[in-house]
Design a protein around this ligand. Structure first.
Ligand SMILES: [Zn+2]
Length: 119
């Protein structure tokens, strides 16, 4: 689940609260999701997103910052540029070269950024 731009997961969870997308009850802080690398225009950064657990249905949700794509290892900006380049007919090698992505991965070739592992 995505947080609004500029919001902090801890502040959201401890403040007004965040509604569970499954049942609508409030989420409570529940540790952290696995650490992941996210590639942006400024290089790769490490991210360890907060996890929230629903007080009603007890489902846990990973709270990603708005700058990240769910299940992708690139930022929203890079992912959007990959999609636009793919729609305009660029090859995956051209996209990879233009955006500084690895050409031997599916990051630029599938029309979508390379997915990350779940969790
Ligand atoms: Zn719930």
């Amino acid at each position: 689940m995505m947080l609004r731009h500029g919001s902090d997961a801890d502040q959201v969870l401890s403040g007004a609260g965040l509604a569970c997308p499954s049942c609508g009850d409030l989420l409570a802080p529940w540790g952290y999701a696995r650490r992941r690398s996210v590639r942006g225009h400024d290089g790769t950064t490490q991210l360890r997103p907060r996890r929230g657990r629903c007080r009603g249905c007890r489902t846990t949700h990973v709270l990603l910052p708005a700058s990240c794509l769910p299940r992708r290892a690139v930022t929203v900006q890079v992912g959007g540029e990959v999609l636009l380049a793919k729609v305009s007919g660029a090859s995956h090698r051209r996209i990879a070269a233009d955006l500084g992505l690895p050409a031997d991965t599916s990051a630029a070739g599938s029309g979508a950024p390379r997915p990350t592992r779940r969790g």
